[in-house]
Design a protein around this ligand. Structure first.
Ligand SMILES: [Zn+2]
Length: 76
């Protein structure tokens, strides 16, 4: 019984890895559009961390167009 559960768990993990890999691949090549999280933030909102990569943004590295992103993620 226990070994079956273990195998099921492993299968599940492998399945998830496969799915994540597929999603990553799809995102990279534009087959999949990133699902937007529902939030009410606006362009002018000030986030201390980049909304895209999650890195802390110092003031001189903030995207000009959208203050929620760093210049790596929004280089204009
Ligand atoms: Zn970023």
């Amino acid at each position: 019984m226990l070994s079956i559960n273990k195998d099921q768990k492993r299968n599940k993990i492998m399945e998830n890895n496969f799915k994540n890999g597929l999603i990553k691949y799809g995102l990279k090549h534009g087959y999949i559009k990133p699902r937007k999280k529902k939030d009410n933030s606006k362009k002018t909102d000030y986030f201390s961390n980049c909304r895209c990569c999650g890195q802390y943004i110092s003031n001189d590295y903030r995207a000009n167009l959208d203050k929620r992103y760093c210049q790596d993620c929004l280089p204009y």
